[in-house]
Design a protein around this ligand. Sequence first.
Ligand code: HEM
Length: 717
Amino acid sequence: FVPKSQNSASIRLHVSGLEKEQKIETEDDVTVVDEIPLYVPIVNIPNRLKISGKGVPNRKDKVQLIDTTTYEASLIKNWDIDPSRQKGFDWEIEKARRYAAGLRMREDGAWVKKPSLFEFLVSKHRINNGSITGPSPVNVMDVAFLFAVTILSYLGLGPAFGMAAVPTAVIQKYEGSMLSFITGVLGGDLQTMAGGPLFLLLNKYFLENGPIFNLSFGPKSFLVISDPVMAKHILRTAPADQYCKGMLADILEPIMGKGLIPADPATWKVRRRAVVPAFHKRWLKRMITLFNERAEILCDDLTRKEGTVIDMEERFCSVTLDIIGKAVFDYDFGSVTKESPIIKAVYRVLREAEHRSSSFIPYWNLPYADQWMGGQVEFRTDMTMLDDILAKLINRAVSTRSELTVEELEDRDNAEDPSLLRFLVDMRGEDVSSTVLRDDLMTMLIAGHETTAAMLTWTLFELAQGEPGMFEEIQNEVRTVLKDKDRPDYDDVVAMKKLRYALIEGLRLYPEPPVLIRRARTEDILPQGSSVMKDGIKVLRGTDIFVSTWNLHRSPELWENPLTFDPTRWERSFKNPNVKGWAGYDPDKVSGLYPSENAADFAFMPFGGGSRKCVGDQFAMLEAAVTFSVIIKNFNFEFEGSPEDVGMQTGATIHTMNGLRMRQTRVKKDDPLPSTDGWWEKQHLKRGLSSNGRAYQSKEEVEHTKFTEITDLLTLE
Ligand code: HEM
């Protein structure tokens, strides 16, 4: 609290992880209100910021700080700007609302916050630096209205409110034991309620109800979308601030802060502009050396363990963790070769993030949950450990900052530390406050680790059980392109098209994450797409939306043999005029390392689409291509047991249930290339297409091709 008469003051802040105390002038970091302190005038209080000093309240005090960047604080401000509004019935209602949110009026008229049992129900949604830009965050009234509409829709009255008659799938059947149901519900586990991995359930309802339906749990409902035209509208066509991350932002904020993934539209705009240049082409090419080094460490490990059973999922997770640590903040986890408490903390935090993403009760917001709930106590300890490491790395980078323009940074050959952190810190004029950097780094650590590992895991899983000749096609390509070279470079990755298409086919069948989460910030009309609703579908403000990439990637309307792992499909075009407004998949639109959402007109979104598309797509593709090529150049794999033993479970990424347990044998340099029997080309020829997957343009071309194929055969014989 700052005395009324004072415009500025000094506060000592002990930021956890900083080695020495920092003295911060209020003018720089703290907003001081020289009227009655209506709310505590400190903006952007990070979750783990400890503030000490006489008279400064902390989180354990009976009176707590109100974070002025929250929606709640903005409401209070609106009423208090004009004291003449504070009378009459409206004011009584407002007071009741504040009391319910744990706010109390002091004798001097100031509102303060007391811990409340119901606090976990209060919106934690953040606004940008105290000013609301774009549509305001969805509030309690919106949610109440949506509940009412859901109930009326149950009764068949939805259309009377202008709602389209979207089918409703009600989750009501649970097939597990009663005990697991009770513990699951108490833990707020959506999967338990749903009776299995959520994306599988969404797939079942998609096949029953079509491309758009409501998924209801009591009065709460989600709009589930499995249509490329509607998905494109939400992700790309609508203004960038019309759809936000909604409940995902609430869930991830305690972990990623205001990092890019959960960021509200206004914060996102600023940070995205800062982060994107760091992924420049020269840096990506340099990262290839890192990918090779780490893939070699993994190869050495696999060679040492030749013939034994290895969990390849675990190995891929380790190698991608080591890569992301080095690439993002120049930290060597060394997890391929050792275990450590830090690595364990990373994995526990990841699991907690996943559990939160599939929960419908925000149990972590219960009063003092981090002091009495076992998992939450551990979570807090883990987060503190990771935050401390990040704080040290950030301090080290900031203390040796040398500001340069983006162009200068791109040209710089920073051999000792080519990390993203170094780039972001040295970027001229950029925000290098530790909270902003910490949030970005934590986000990239989480976003860039298990996603890539899952792509490697599931691609190997599918290739190892593919038709005879499929795996060999990819392996032969790698061996032919690399010849005697051990380390692929950028041009080699470009040349290994079959390998890249196999990896991307892995992401088609196992998209990471399998659903994208959004919330409508204003009312909207979705296009018809493959639905029967000619006038489109009305979406109310506040509607929570799941765009199911799993359903899109496996839809029989959008793919030929959708459930078959077939990397050759990316060379053939596919169209379906029944899906109104969908351009189909066109291989001629593929540019760059993989067929993107544009080539498939949003039927395929391996890295999302529109403004919130993944910033690490090129990084991930190069990382996966280098790692996979080095591994399959040197090893053959066989399942230990059968592919069915592997199983599947969900989270933010799709994991195996029992690990990808395989035996590997070393490929010797002078082993002859295995026979493929022309498996790749045959996939096109058997569909009456030419050997590169294109349709013949004329009869003459068909005859000519047949003739050359026959002469080729004769020559071979
Ligand atoms: C195979 C690997 C990867 C997959 C499948 C993947 C997938 C995705 C998807 C689908 C999104 C969009 C989420 C949404 O719209 O809600 C996304 C966003 C994001 N990804 Fe990735 N990702 C991968 C690797 C990486 C890597 C390596 C990094 C960083 C080094 C990264 C950083 C991010 C960030 C920061 C965002 C948020 C972008 C924004 O909102 O502006 N990802 N990713």
